[in-house]
Design a protein around this ligand. Structure first.
Ligand SMILES: NC(=O)c1ccc[n+]([C@@H]2O[C@H](COP(=O)([O-])OP(=O)(O)OC[C@H]3O[C@@H](n4cnc5c(N)ncnc54)[C@H](OP(=O)(O)O)[C@@H]3O)[C@@H](O)[C@H]2O)c1
Length: 332
């Protein structure tokens, strides 16, 4: 493998602390150590990649760096007995694309315990339509259903509806028979959200109450939140007694202005979702559900594909809150 090179999107930090992205040729030898070398076929664009690509040190500490927290491809070399050359695999989460060279490069090298064998009913391309965002949506659904919120419990709210996590959460829940309301804000995408299964769509204004009332009129049996801040606070204060809320993101704010009253007077539960450190047995179980009973029939409707050469433009769109659904990145 000596002197073999590959194409990658590299983010560099300039002396005046600006972050520039360029497509470049790198050596496979420069990849970090790890048991499994993967020739990446597809990656996908997640909010975290947009942060990494724009110099967010909470995500990526050292530059130059190749982002891409998702990768799906073929094992090229393996020193692990668990994987052999030619096997199709998925790598998401852990440190991939954060401080380990990620899926916006044609090769990655990672520890074997980050690697998931591709589920039988999912192609590599489909696995990246889900990617970390889809896995997180599925993990949120898993927690909500496991907690006891069923289609009979009442309406479920999904915030950031057109986003990657939101679109897949809306799709899985509606496929399972839930009545889903989506919050949609930046660009009006009501038709799209209804096509992927939302029963109704509400605006950010309708989903936000910045008043001081500790509890609001009950509207939701359950909530999948991606935004944080006042919208999450409003959702919690509008959740029915015994209801459940998952929280995975902070697109609008990391703050949560709330009192304890919805928890102690309505007995609701707030469930944190951390896809990055999800234990491997649960990770495998959720991927199997994604590939099987939760597989979305209208995957194409939420997917757009871009070559590596155009991923930088897509990153800018995502940072402006203007991306829709899932963007997968074709590496070759
Ligand atoms: N905890 C975890 O394991 C985990 C894993 C993956 C992602 N996340 C987090 O989940 C969040 C969503 O990720 P994503 O990949 O779905 O991102 P995304 O594709 O960029 O979607 C975010 C959505 O939020 C809405 N939005 C954007 N800016 C907004 C604003 N200023 N005010 C209100 N709404 C706004 C938009 O939807 P509408 O226009 O429809 O409102 C947008 O499509 C991020 O915070 C990400 O870091 C967490």
């Amino acid at each position: 493998m000596a002197d073999k090179t590959y194409k990658a999107l590299l983010v560099e930090e300039t002396e005046d602390k600006k972050y520039v992205r360029k497509l470049t040729e790198l050596s496979v030898d420069s990849l970090p150590p790890g048991e499994v070398l993967v020739k990446v076929q597809y990656s996908s664009l997640n909010f975290k990649d947009a942060l990494s690509a724009s110099g967010n040190k909470g995500v990526t500490k050292q530059y130059p760096h190749t982002p891409g927290i998702d990768a799906a491809g073929v094992v090229e070399e393996s020193s692990s007995p668990d994987f052999k050359a030619g096997e199709e695999v998925i790598v998401t989460s852990y440190d991939l694309g954060m401080n380990t060279s990620g899926g916006f490069g044609q090769y990655i090298r990672v520890p074997a315990d980050w690697v998931v064998r591709r589920p039988e009913n999912l192609t590599l391309r489909e696995s990246m339509v889900y990617g970390t965002a889809g896995f997180t949506a599925a993990l949120s659904v898993y927690r909500l259903t496991g907690y006891g919120v069923s289609p009979e419990s009442g309406d479920v709210l999904v915030t950031g509806g057109t986003g990657g996590v939101g679109s897949i959460a809306v799709s899985i829940l509606s496929k399972m028979g839930y009545s889903v309301t989506a919050v949609n804000g930046i660009v009006d995408e009501t038709d799209y959200l209804k096509e992927i299964g939302a029963k109704s769509v509400i605006s950010i204004e309708e989903a936000t109450d910045t008043g001081q009332r500790p509890m609001l009129k009950v509207r939701w049996a359950g909530v999948i939140d991606t935004l944080g801040g006042d919208i999450l606070s409003t959702a919690i204060r509008s959740t029915a007694p015994g209801g459940g809320i998952t929280c995975c993101g902070n697109v609008t704010s990391p703050e949560l202005p709330i009192t304890v009253f919805p928890f102690i007077l309505r007995g609701i539960t707030l469930m944190g979702i951390d896809s990055q450190n999800c234990p491997m047995p649960l990770r495998q179980k959720v991927w199997d559900k994604i590939a099987d009973e939760w597989k979305i029939p209208w995957l194409d409707r939420i997917t757009s594909e871009t070559p590596l050469t155009e991923v930088s433009d897509r990153i800018d769109k995502m940072l402006q809150g203007k991306s829709r659904g899932r963007t997968i990145v074709r590496l070759w």
